[in-house]
Write a protein that binds this ligand. Structure first.
Ligand code: PBG
Length: 315
């Protein structure tokens, strides 16, 4: 009876699996603060993409970690940079031998500089060390085109620079990538829950992102950010993190006329894994409760590190 009358149901196609790939690795490197997740080698990434495809996931989101980081994040748009190589390899796996119409995960790329800069900020800096919004937009435009060329279906600007969606849309169109979509990280909060992610991408960040990510005290501001991205041409908008922002998610879902995504971030994952490992909560039930709640609150698309496992359970 509960199954018959359930208002919310997860489907593998709702889920997007974030994946990390690190240049120069010879073995996958487990992430201490994200038990069960790894930094992939280029080879193990291909296996993970194949697993995501076979599980019928809606998408995969790739993050690249270069060997060399610098002030401008120059590996971010290098044609042979790690993320572009990973996108090309993933594209090949997703397209390999598929029957026409087979459900293929959408290939998404993180479009941000923090994985590539030696200061760890999401943009380039001015001479006084502040993040330079407009100079960063030029870098994002170039990254977006490099990612589209490498086979990304979806460009995902996560750096919270003002004007990033419009700038990227123009750059993609000018380069002929008129069908490449933009998933805008619209309402992204300066969050303690990103902690484990910093290990995942070997982040060099000291300090915080409060000059560009939002204050967790504010919801109206999150709606304004989503409205701006919609006006600039976002094809999907995102709220991030998810679990502590279900009110913002619901409000964005109620006013958005494009699909709404939510990112269940590294810290949300780590908390449930840690409590589960200690026997303090029922891990599997907490996983399903947390992800189903994100959908109930209005997410059409959910990024979660448990995507593969949940898809198995659903099957
Ligand atoms: C920025 C980015 C971050 C995450 C996704 N994209 C980190 C940040 O903004 O500090 C966090 C994801 C997670 O915590 O799981 N490139």
């Amino acid at each position: 009876m509960r199954r018959l009358v359930a208002e919310t149901r997860l489907h593998p196609a709702d889920l997007v699996l974030p994946l990390f790939v690190k240049e120069g690795l010879t073995e996958p490197a487990p992430l201490t603060s994200m038990p069960g997740q790894v930094q992939h080698t280029e080879d193990s990434l291909v296996e993970a993409v194949r697993a995501a495809r076979d599980a019928g996931l809606g998408g995969i989101m790739l993050f690249g970690i270069p060997v060399a980081k610098d002030a401008n994040g120059s590996q971010g748009d290098a044609p042979n940079g790690i993320l572009q190589r990973a996108l090309r390899a993933s594209r090949a796996v997703l397209d390999e031998g598929l029957a026409p119409g087979a459900p293929t995960p959408v290939l998404m790329a993180d479009t941000c500089l923090d994985e590539f800069t030696d200061h760890g900020h999401c943009g380039v800096l001015t001479s006084t060390g502040a993040v330079d919004n407009d100079a960063t937009l030029t870098r994002y435009a170039s990254m977006a085109v490099a990612q589209a060329k490498a086979g990304a279906d979806v460009i995902s600007p996560s750096g919270m620079m003002d004007g990033q969606v419009a700038m990227i849309r123009d750059a993609l169109d000018d380069a002929g990538f008129v069908d490449t979509s933009i998933l805008a990280y619209s309402a992204k909060y300066a969050s303690a829950y990103f902690g484990p992610f910093r290990e995942a991408v070997d982040s060099e960040l000291k300090g915080d992102r409060k000059t560009y990510q939002m204050d967790f005290a504010n919801s109206r501001e999150g709606l304004r950010e989503a409205d701006l991205d919609l006006a600039e041409g976002a094809d999907m908008v995102m709220v991030k993190p998810a679990g502590s922002y279900l009110d913002v998610l619901r409000a964005v879902a109620d006013r958005s006329d494009v699909p709404v995504a939510a990112y269940q971030v590294s810290g949300e994952y780590a908390m449930i894994e840690a409590a589960g490992a200690n026997g303090w909560i029922d891990r599997d039930r907490a996983v399903m409760e947390s992800v189903t709640s994100i959908k109930r609150a209005g997410a059409d698309v959910i990024l979660t590190y448990w995507a593969l496992e949940i898809a198995e359970w659903i099957k």
